[in-house]
Every structure is written in C-alpha cells, then in structure tokens.
Design a protein around this ligand. Structure first.
Ligand SMILES: [Zn+2]
Ligand SMILES: [Zn+2]
Length: 194
C-alpha cells in the first residue's frame, strides 16, 4: 500500500448485509487482490447459504478462499470460519494456519498489495479494520460502526476516547466507502458519528 487515497487494484463485494435487531447477522464481504481471495467476518447469518450462494455467484468456491480476516472475536463475526478449509485466519495481532500460530509485529499489516489490516481498538480491545485500495478509492471494513448511524456510543466499548480515536484514524484515510459490522456500506459524511 502506498499513499493514502491512491487507487489500487483490489475489488470488494459485500456478500451479505448484516443487521442487529431481534435477530443478529454480520456483514460478510469478499475481497480479491491479485492471488488473494479474502473473506472478512464470516459470522452469524440466517443460513450458511447466505454466504455461500453469493460467493458462488461470483465464481468463488469455499476451497478457493485463501484468507479469512476477523474484525474482532465476537462470534457474530467468526462462527462460520470453518466454511473455508484452506484459509489462513488473521485477527488483530496473529495469523492462524492449520496448527501454526504466528504472532505478527504490532501495528499495521499488509496482507496484499492493496489490502492492509490496521488495529483499531474501540468496540473491543482486539478490533482491526481492513483497508482496501480499489479503483474507486479506499474502502474500509470495520466494526467501529455497526451501521451508518453508529451507534454513536457503542454499548460494548470500554473506552469511549479509544473508540473515537480509532474512528478518526479511519476517517482520516478519506474512505469512499465504509462497510460496517451490521449494515449496508455507506459513504462517510459530516453526520457520521465519531
Ligand atoms: Zn462485536
Ligand atoms: Zn457485531
């Protein structure tokens, strides 16, 4: 990844849009960056077909997924990891592959040429955001927002200042699109809660 705002070559396809109401489902997203086929947050959904059918429609088999990225460790974003038998799994600090546990250097991690993982604590202490450079700008996948509306004060957050700092860090990247944890992708604007 080079300068902020420069275009990249990755593509982003939201597989299913999450919600957090009486029922809970996470937003699940596919990123393709060169040879990398990445699923972000394969968590709770009404049925696994909600993930697998749109993936198949994009020409991707579960076996072809090379990497799974977790925004954080709540089960609504992790419970379907095992759908992808060949994938390395990346949380905020560690990469897991088969029986190999590899702690990464602290800080940002370039997963691919156009995909960067950035620690963004706030919702939990173990959150990260996925920063993707596409032809149409920066796309950020993150649980710092559940939906475009926030919530402004995340009820899970132990540290409001930390949540705000991470939100500001993401907004400073001037993303063209944010893919939140439980809602549709949105373009940040001055009403976006920080
Ligand atoms: Zn969570
Ligand atoms: Zn969640």
């Amino acid at each position: 990844m080079t300068a902020t705002g420069s275009v990249g070559s990755a593509t982003v396809d939201v597989l299913t849009v999450g919600y957090a109401e009486e029922r809970v489902a996470g937003t699940v997203t596919l990123i393709r960056d060169g040879a990398l086929v990445i699923v972000v947050d394969p968590g709770m959904v009404a049925h696994r077909s909600v993930i697998l059918d749109p993936l198949g429609a994009l020409g991707v088999t579960p076996e072809a997924v090379t990497d799974v990225v977790l925004s954080h460790h709540h089960p609504d974003h992790t419970i379907n990891i095992a759908l992808f038998p060949n994938a390395k799994v990346h949380d905020f600090a560690t990469t897991y592959e088969a029986d190999i546990w590899t702690d990464r250097e602290p800080g940002a991690f370039d997963l691919g040429d156009s995909v960067r993982l950035l620690p963004t604590p706030g919702h939990t202490d173990q959150d990260q955001s996925t920063i993707v450079r596409t032809e149409s700008g920066i796309v950020v996948l993150t649980h710092l927002w559940w939906t475009a509306e926030g919530p402004a004060d995340d009820p899970f957050s132990h540290d409001r200042a930390q949540l705000r700092a991470s939100r500001e860090l993401v907004l400073e990247l001037a993303p063209s699109l944010i893919v939140p944890g439980h809602g549709a992708a949105f373009r940040p604007d001055p009403t976006t809660p920080i």
